[in-house]
Design a protein around this ligand. Sequence first.
Ligand SMILES: Nc1ncnc2c1ncn2[C@@H]1O[C@H](COP(=O)(O)OP(=O)(O)OP(=O)(O)O)[C@@H](O)[C@H]1O
Length: 321
Amino acid sequence: MIELADVHRTFDTKGRAQNGVVRAVDGVTLSIERGEVLGLLGHNGAGKTTVVRLIAGVLTPTKGKVRVDGQDPVADGVSVRRRLGVLPTGPFLDLRLTARANLRFAAELFGVPRDGLTERIERSLAEFDLTDRAEDRVEGFSAGMRQRLALARVLLPEPEVLLLDEPSAQLDPLAVRMVRELIARLSREAGRTVVLCTHDLVEAQLLCDRVVVLDHGRVAAAGTPAELSAQLAAAAVEVEVAREDAETARDILAKAVGADAIEVVPGPNGSTVLRGRGLPRHQLPELVGSLAAAHVRIYGVRPFEPSLEDVYLALYAGRPA
Ligand SMILES: Nc1ncnc2c1ncn2[C@@H]1O[C@H](COP(=O)(O)OP(=O)(O)OP(=O)(O)O)[C@@H](O)[C@H]1O
């Protein structure tokens, strides 16, 4: 339903970047299915927001094609925007208006039917825990309250596609959980398509069906979190041993995976955890046998499943930000 085909977007700058041109998006091809939650990851300046702005039709590609349900977000802007809910990173609320008035204004702007609108606004205020502050001007709101109101505003017209640029930035842990549950519910129950820009890898792992990692405007990796883990961060084993036996255990593990593939971290209750990358599963019993034969006190042996964070770090290892 959302297609980007070899999309480029450059910006002219006054001399600081190469030849005065920034390649914000540099040949991105990707498609996002209906009902999918797609995570856009990448360092600061990787091109995430630019991709979102291209899908929203706020920017025109320098080259390539963007389509939302077959329509061009720039040429068919009105029709495409009717289906999109965009949460930008910057402020877009009217600070002089109250929370309730901001929602009323948005409803008018997006042509939300008047029938049942008052109830809908009250429900939305309650859902985002803003009922008590509904008559206060937004200029007096904390960053987290503004973000909650911004989300309420985006969701009011019930858009089919949500483009969310860092939705949980600035939120306290409770609000973060609320927003994550909301996103999960919107995709699961309401079948909404969500494009989620985030720096939070736990959030991406939790919510996204698929993630795309951007690096200098290009797709550096794409797939489900599980696929990326399998491709990019080798499976490993974690062995928890008594601290005094860590040296012996390390030598034994090194014979199996090589000294460079071992990471040593403090474990619980004063123990030591040795993480060995790339140990084939069938060698695990032999490893445990060798450790036991050397009288290493073993407190635990577990396979280590790489998280999206490990994938991300593996992907960016040794590269400049
Ligand atoms: N309007 C603009 N004018 C000039 N350069 C721009 C403009 N918008 C984006 N850029 C540049 O394009 C590159 C990509 O920016 P973008 O905002 O898409 O990155 P991002 O991945 O969203 O970063 P962040 O994680 O910091 O939000 C950056 O080098 C940025 O400076």
